[in-house]
Design a protein around this ligand. Structure first.
Ligand SMILES: CC(C)(COP(=O)(O)OP(=O)(O)OC[C@H]1O[C@@H](n2cnc3c(N)ncnc32)[C@H](O)[C@@H]1OP(=O)(O)O)[C@@H](O)C(=O)NCCC(=O)NCCS
Length: 175
């Protein structure tokens, strides 16, 4: 497991001037990540996990938070609310066995969608992946997820159908 990449911790400014802290996730963030997922709307949860769930099962929660920062890098966007740190977005990539390509996923709290958090997270993730020599990034998106398909297009991702799965679109781009 690689060391916690502290150099990726950075305060970022959103479209309206609000600030968020973006940093790599830590194993100790499990409760915060679970709160983030519970707080998503059912539509957003379904769009992200492609399954109906109210919260993450323990093994999935551990998988998403206890990452090695090398094959699996996850970033969270955090704000302070009533003296507590609240997660309002997350993005991650998981490296393919080839080592040259990775798969991403991104999610923003419903109340924070349209704020710029998704872009901050994805640009940071793409920059890190590129700086580590990863050549391409791809993701699987529900064909009905127009918001994500539009956002991915704005980020320069091309789209293609997934063979034998008309409900899913693969988005991909060179880094
Ligand atoms: C998909 C998702 C991550 C996109 O996040 P988002 O918050 O909509 O994206 P952004 O924060 O970049 O906001 C984009 C909006 O800001 C607008 N925007 C862009 N630049 C701007 C600026 N400088 N000033 C003001 N607004 C701006 C865009 O026009 C866009 O608005 P529009 O949709 O009305 O055109 C989010 O909808 C989500 O979490 N969905 C549920 C989970 C999911 O589907 N994940 C994908 C699985 S891979």
């Amino acid at each position: 497991m690689a060391d916690y990449p502290v150099e990726l911790e950075r305060e970022r400014t959103l479209f309206d001037g609000r600030k968020v802290l973006v940093r790599p996730i830590r194993a100790g963030d499990a409760a915060m990540e679970q709160d983030f997922v519970r707080h998503l709307s059912p539509d957003s949860r379904y769009a992200r996990f492609m399954a109906t769930l109210n919260e993450l099962p323990a093994n999935k929660l551990r998988y998403l938070t206890d990452v090695d920062y090398e094959h699996h890098l996850a970033l969270v966007a955090l704000v302070q609310h009533d003296g507590e740190t609240v997660e309002v977005g997350s993005a991650r990539y998981v490296l393919d066995p080839s080592g040259t390509s990775c798969e991403f996923a991104v999610t923003v709290d419903d109340a924070w969608q349209g704020s710029g958090i998704a872009g901050v997270l994805m640009f940071t993730l793409m920059d890190v992946a590129r700086s580590r020599g990863i050549e391409t990034m791809d993701g699987l998106v529900l064909a009905s997820n127009h918001k994500m398909l539009k956002f991915a297009r704005q980020l320069g991702f091309a789209q293609e159908r997934v063979p034998d799965d008309p409900g899913t679109i693969r988005v991909f781009r060179k880094l």
